[in-house]
Write a protein that binds this ligand. Sequence first.
Ligand code: ARG
Length: 587
Amino acid sequence: MNFITEATVKAVKHLYNTDITAADINLQETRKEFEGQVTIVTFPFTKFSKKSPEQTGNEIGEFIQNDLKEVSAFNVIKGFLNLSITDAYWIDQLYNDILSKGFAVAKPNGKKVMVEYSSPNTNKPLHLGHVRNNLLGFSVAEILAAAGYEVVKSNLVNDRGIHICKSMLAWQRFGEGETPESTGIKGDHLVGKYYVIFDKEYKKQIEELKAAGQTEDEAKKNAPIIKEAQEMLQQWEAGNEAVISLWKTMNTWVYTGFAETYRKLGVTFDKFYYESDTYLLGKDIVDEGLEKGIFFKKDDGSVWIDLTSEGLDEKLVLRSDGTSVYMTQDMGTAQLKYNDYHMDKSIYVVGNEQDYHFKVLFTILKKLGKDGADGLYHLSYGMVDLPSGKMKSREGTVVDADDLMEEMEQKAKEQTEAKGKINEFGDEEKQQLFHMIGMGALKYFLLKVDPKKRLLFDPAESVELEGHTGPFIQYTHARIKSVLRKAKITNNNVAVDKLAAEELDLILTLTQFPAIIQTAAEGYSPAIIANYVYELAKTYNKFYQVCPIIQVEDEAVKQFRLQLSAASGKVINKAMKLLGIEVPERM
Ligand code: ARG
């Protein structure tokens, strides 16, 4: 609040003949147990006043109250000066700041940021871990855009390598020409099915070789099927037409499947990168690093970087046979991204099992003095578990993203039908509502938790209407819309003389939204938005319980409360959008 800062500067100058700046002033929200809304920490000013904190607070308070018509009273608790701001000021904020200025759309800040997220492998469908990734990435991108950034959402698809060759080989061997069309199986699921079949056959062969006297390690290396997959990868790299053609066909199946999953998840991308285009990149950066003496070559010809002085270890950046490793590719891809967009920041949304990889990658790029290296950030997140047990990959017991979304819709359906408030809904409207609630439950539950934390997803709890859930907030929005359908806003700028405590609380909460967006953007944290919108919904509900709207006699009060309701509905809607969650008109 600039005007309070300015008045404080003036007060200190006038009272103690000392020049201070805005940076010297610590403004806080007044704690709930005290009178007032804005608190100035006055301890630091005792230096100039040479008086007790209480006396200093009283002097500054008196000065500010006389100076500012917006300040109606003050009180001093120890070194804290609590200011009461007039109702008229808050009412003005509601109309002129919240309602008319488009609800906290920040001005463009002239900065560009890329958010890479999702980045799946094309050998199997998306699972619960990807769901957290996709929701985080999409939400962070929305938050950054709302905070004023120009945002590019990118997806680096790992479409080549041994993993997809495994699926291809198993399909060739056991598939009997199956296609998504012939089986009715979604493309990514069909390819995933053959990945699992490969793994079964591979395990079987390992057992056979072990029975014939080979060690585990030998058996793993010598199993014919793994050798064939490796050969297939070589043929792919050599451009073998039949292999390339099968690869294209199966990847196309997968992309059709992914597109469907992305659509249901409600996530979008501006730019796709494919590893088949980028896997050879990065080798020139290896040369550059050798020239600059940042990398070194071992006797076998492999190239390394020594990061022991950084508390890391020696890291391979190119194999002895001249082929790339993951690090090589990521160095090249980082360069490619920068050349394409010249962004100020580049975010990688990737699970915490890759923390070390990104630490090393960013260190290398900084040492090389690459443009944009200072703007690199790994948005790392923890595993997601289900109450029924840990998610496993490979064994075919992963929690599939499509299945999970369907289950959520089903849960939303059961719950909504049990409440029986949607009898007049048409079938299509019902279906949309179930999807909205199911996805709202899932998204909210995953996003309200700090990304770093491992999380236990409880589907039943997530869909509950009471509690810290998405549906609770969606329900609050529907309640507001219902109020606004029953009584119409006819006066757009009506003032009341005195605000009820619940009305003031609600306006205060609403005015925090722009600052909340900035804080969430700085911390790349959808959880901050999630917790804010929960507080807002609770604050609205308290207002709704205590302050009658439709039944109130005084027309001005009624109109004012309708405006307040409309503003709350819009901020809830906007905040939930930042989480990728839709809110219903009726529920
Ligand atoms: N496809 C990789 C995986 O599934 C993730 C890629 C992350 N992005 C990156 N630039 N390395 O593990």
